[in-house]
Structures are given as structure tokens and as C-alpha cells.
Design a protein around this ligand. Structure first.
Ligand code: HEM
Length: 500
């Protein structure tokens, strides 16, 4: 019997147990995840994992403090929360008690090694220190803005122009992902894979392998029976076989670059992150590779996911679109600019309404919708929930954006104005109520970089083009990888905007 039929048999067996052991319907309904004797929350998980985010959002909304306990066979036990006080406790106040933990690290280790995204303790601290210093330099900031500007001018705009002439449907999510991949590879190790509009031969293979490795690695978290993944890995079967192949392609591409860069180390004055890591620390080539892969992962799908949802939401909100265009016009007039001119860092900072609209899109569709830590020692969360040693704890950013006690009764509506202060400036939200960029000591390092990139793209695209989003009235299905992508992409017809 192959492993798939084994899994099916086991599931059938467990489902029969479910019918035997299901809770008495006459008993009062318990809030939180439905738990069954022996099987815990497994039956509900299996039934709902295809709509994991909406299911977990609903479950959390039924509990008094937006927190629920999760139990599955195989000693998988944990807490899921959408409660800001709990999030603050986990990510900041009791940070040392909530590392990524061995389970999560081991599931992602084949792909990410011990890069910043996938390490704890001293190994994480060293990388964080070097990276924090570099992310705060003006030169890196300018390099990021210059890189985005070139990609917009020489690739993005020509592609959209061509699409407008042809009247064909374009997958805007795919375009944005290619843009983000080119940009992050430039920033991470000054290599242009040319995935958007370039020749993209070697880069395209690297991007496809990276994509597959990220999706299959995140799939490891979704096994109904966690040990099955280990068995498949041991026998190098199915998705595990594919995963190892894609990881090998990614590693080979990165290793070549790192090797040649280390050889030219002395005369190298590049602005990219790899040069900075080579220049500041004695790191092994493997660790350098892990560092670079973590950065690519961080910068690759996050901004493109955010912008895809932003453009989809905008399609049904002409009033929001108009306000953004007015803001851009004001900034252009104030700074004697014409449409198509590059926006500087200071001009990007003046775009408060656009900043608010992008933040609002990420509130509803956070690029990293859930994030998980492990509990080192027994603890009590601020809402009184007990959490045991080695349990996992997931904060659900997607659910938080849809929680009335945080955002009010209109929490499910797209309203950028909720972000604006009376002065018209976009306000800073507490990262514990809006943990889209994480919070505390492990807060996202690329937040400012991401906003600059997203605002540059949105401004340049919106002032020149209009998108006719196909099927805009139906919410696209989610594709849950490590980031929240749209299943089937974002199909648009592009038109040149007539500016009067
Ligand atoms: C809209 C865009 C982005 C969002 C929503 C976002 C969100 C996040 C989140 C939720 C985390 C925490 C993940 C975890 O460790 O569990 C994180 C970490 C991180 N992000 Fe971002 N990110 C974005 C863009 C970027 C970009 C462009 C970069 C630049 C390369 C970046 C670099 C990082 C790094 C290095 C970390 C790890 C920090 C650490 O563990 O100390 N991010 N980000």
C-alpha cells in the first residue's frame, strides 16, 4: 500500500472514530475549537484546512478573549490567539519564553537552514545585530529605492504599456511577484535574475524553484498526521522528493554567487546585503547562503501579496482611488514633477493617504496571516489562558484584522480613512493590535523598505494606468503558502489612464 492510501485509510479510521466519539449534540456548545475524545481538534481541522483562515477567524470570534486551545494526536497542542494583550506578552514581554522552537525550525531547516528567519538564541542574535545595523543605513535605503525605480521604469511600465495596447488579460499578481523577486535578489546579493521582462533564463528557474520550495515547506505544517511527513522524507517520496529537488536548485544558484563573491571579497564595495555580511562577520559559506535565502524569502512574496490585495480592494472603491490620485497630484505640483518622474524618499514620505490605503489592505489581507512560536516553559497568558511547555502558540493576524473589539463594528470594511489623524497624517498603530510586521525584538527589519517599494510601485502604476480587475466582485480564494497569495492570480485588463 503506498503512503497516500495509507493516509486515506488512517483518515477514514479516524473519521469513523469521530462518528463514534463525537460530542453529544444535546450538550451546550463549547466555544473555541471543537474537541473530540482521543482525536482532539483533528476532525475539524481536516474538514476546514482548505479554508483555514476563515475557519480559525470564526472560531476565535466565538471565544470570550479571542483565544482558543488546539489539540491534535501526535502531541500537537497549542493556543491560537487574536488578542492584542496576549500578542504583546508572547512577542515582547515574555519574548525569551517564546522562541521559534525546534518543531518549526526542523520543518523549515532543509530550505532555510539557520538563516535569520529560522534560528533562535545566539545564532539569531548575531544575524539580527548585523542586519539591523545595515537596514538602518541611508545607503541601503537609497539602493532599495534606486533598484525599485529602475525596475519600474525599464520593466514594469513597458509591460503594462504593452498590455494596454493588446487588450489581453494580465496576471498582475504574477507581475508583482516577478518584480519583487528581481528587486530582492538585487538587494540581497546584487544579482538581477531578470524575471520581469528580462531574459530570465537562469533567474526564472531559480524563482520557480524558490517558489516551489517555499510552498512545499509550508505544506509540511498542514499534515493531519505530522509523522507522515517524516516518513515521506525518509523514503524521499512525493512532495518531499519534489521539495528536495527544488531546494537543491535554490542552493546551487545561491552557492555559485556566494563563492564568486567571497573570492572577490577584498575589492568588493557593493551595497547589497551579502557584501555587508561578508564584510562584517566571518561566516561560513553555508551560513551566508542561509542568510541570503532568508532575506529573499522575506522580501519576495510579502510586498507582492500586499499589493495584489490592495489593487483588488481598490477595484471596488473608486472614491479611495480618486483620493490617492489627488494626493499624488498635490505632491507632483508641490515638487514641480510630471507624471513618470521618479519619487524621492521624501516625496514617498509625503504620501500619507497611500500609506493608509496600503496599511488598510494589509490589515484585511496580511501577507503573513498567521505566525507561530513555541512555548519554552509553562506560562499564563494575560487573558488567563494556561499554556504548557512545548505547546505551540499562533497569533492570527488575519483574524485580528476582522476582530470587532480591535477595529470596531466596521472591521471587515476597507476604509483607509480609519488610519488618518486630523492632520491628514497616517497614524502609527500599536504593533500588538496590528502585528502585520510582527512586533518586539523580532519585528520585521524590512518594514520601511517594503513601504517604500510598495508606494513607489502603486504611485507609478496608478498615475499612468487603470486596471479593470476581472471578476472584481468575488473575493479571490487564498493560496496559503508562507504568505497569503491569491489562488489563480489577479487577472486585470490594463488601460492607459487619461489625465486631464
Ligand atoms: C509587506 C511586506 C512585509 C511584511 C508584511 C513582512 C512581515 C514580516 C513578519 C510577520 C515577520 C516575522 C516572521 C517571523 O519571524 O516569524 C518578518 C520578519 C522579517 N522580515 Fe519582513 N515583511 C515584509 C517585507 C520584508 C522585506 C522587504 C524585507 C527585506 C528583506 C523583510 C525582512 C525581514 C526579516 C529579515 C525578518 C526576520 C526578523 C527576525 O527574525 O529577527 N521583510 N517580516
Amino acid at each position: 500500500m503506498d503512503l497516500f492510501s495509507l493516509q486515506t485509510t488512517l483518515l477514514l479510521f479516524l473519521l469513523s472514530l469521530y462518528f463514534l466519539l463525537r460530542p453529544n449534540p444535546k450538550q451546550p456548545k463549547i466555544t473555541g475549537f471543537e474537541a473530540y475524545p482521543l482525536l482532539g481538534t483533528l476532525p475539524d481541522f481536516v474538514k476546514n484546512r482548505h479554508r483555514y483562515l476563515d475557519w480559525s477567524t470564526h472560531v476565535l470570534s466565538t471565544t470570550p478573549s479571542n483565544t482558543a486551545v488546539f489539540r491534535r494526536p501526535g502531541k500537537v497542542r497549542g493556543i491560537m490567539t487574536a488578542n492584542p494583550a496576549n500578542v504583546e506578552h508572547i512577542l515582547k514581554t515574555n519574548f525569551e519564553n517564546y522562541p521559534k522552537g525546534t518543531r518549526l525550525i526542523s520543518l523549515l531547516e532543509d530550505f532555510l537552514g539557520r538563516g535569520i528567519f529560522n534560528s533562535d538564541g545566539e545564532l539569531w542574535r548575531v544575524q539580527r545585530k548585523t542586519a539591523s545595523y545595515e537596514f538602518n543605513t541611508k545607503s541601503l535605503r537609497n539602493f532599495v529605492i534606486d533598484t525599485a525605480t529602475v525596475e519600474i521604469r525599464t520593466r514594469l511600465v513597458p509591460i503594462l504599456q504593452k498590455s494596454a495596447e493588446s487588450d489581453r488579460v494580465l496576471d498582475m499578481q504574477d507581475v508583482l511577484e516577478r518584480f519583487a523577486f528581481d528587486s530582492i535578489c538585487k538587494v540581497a546579493f546584487n544579482v538581477d535574475p531578470g524575471c520581469l521582462g528580462g531574459d530570465g533564463t537562469a533567474g526564472g528557474e531559480f524563482m520557480a524553484a524558490f517558489e516551489e520550495a517555499a510552498t512545499l515547506s509550508s505544506g509540511r505544517f498542514m499534515y493531519a498526521l505530522p509523522h507522515l511527513c517524516k516518513i515521506k522524507k525518509f523514503f524521499n517520496m512525493g512532495s518531499e522528493h519534489k521539495l528536495m529537488k527544488s531546494i537543491a536548485t535554490v542552493h546551487e544558484f545561491a552557492d555559485k554567487i556566494i563563492k564568486s563573491r567571497m573570492e572577490e571579497k577584498s575589492e568588493n564595495k557593493d551595497e547589497d546585503l551579502l557584501s555587508r555580511f561578508i564584510g562584517t562577520d566571518e561566516m561560513s559559506p553555508e551560513l551566508l547562503r542561509d542568510v541570503v535565502i532568508s532575506f529573499i524569502l522575506a522580501g519576495r512574496d510579502t510586498t507582492s501579496a500586499a499589493l495584489s490585495w490592495f489593487f483588488w480592494l481598490l477595484a471596488s472603491k473608486p472614491d479611495v482611488e480618486r483620493k490617492i490620485l489627488n494626493e499624488l497630484e498635490t505632491i507632483r505640483n508641490r515638487n514641480a514633477k510630471r507624471i513618470g518622474d521618479t519619487y524621492s524618499f521624501d516625496e514617498l514620505r509625503e504620501m500619507h493617504y497611500l500609506h493608509a490605503a496600503i496599511s488598510e489592505a494589509m490589515r484585511l489581507y496580511p501577507p503573513v496571516p498567521v505566525d507561530t512560536k513555541s512555548c519554552r516553559n509553562d506560562d499564563v497568558l494575560p487573558d488567563g489562558t494556561l499554556i504548557g511547555k512545548d505547546w505551540f502558540v499562533t497569533y492570527n493576524t488575519y483574524a485580528m484584522g476582522r476582530t470587532e473589539s480591535i477595529w470596531g463594528s466596521d472591521c471587515c470594511e476597507f476604509k483607509p480613512d480609519r488610519w488618518l489623524e486630523k492632520t491628514g497624517f497616517c497614524r502609527q498603530e500599536s504593533p500588538f493590535r496590528f502585528p502585520v510586521f510582527h512586533a518586539g525584538p523580532r519585528m520585521c527589519l524590512g518594514k520601511d523598505m517594503a513601504y517604500n517599494q510598495m508606494k513607489s510601485i502603486a504611485a507609478s502604476v496608478m498615475e499612468r494606468f487603470e486596471f479593470d480587475v476581472q471578476g472584481k466582485d468575488t473575493c479571490p480564494e487564498h493560496l496559503l503558502s508562507l504568505t497569503l497569495r491569491m489562488k489563480g492570480g489577479l487577472p486585470v485588463k490594463v488601460r492607459e489612464r487619461c489625465m486631464v
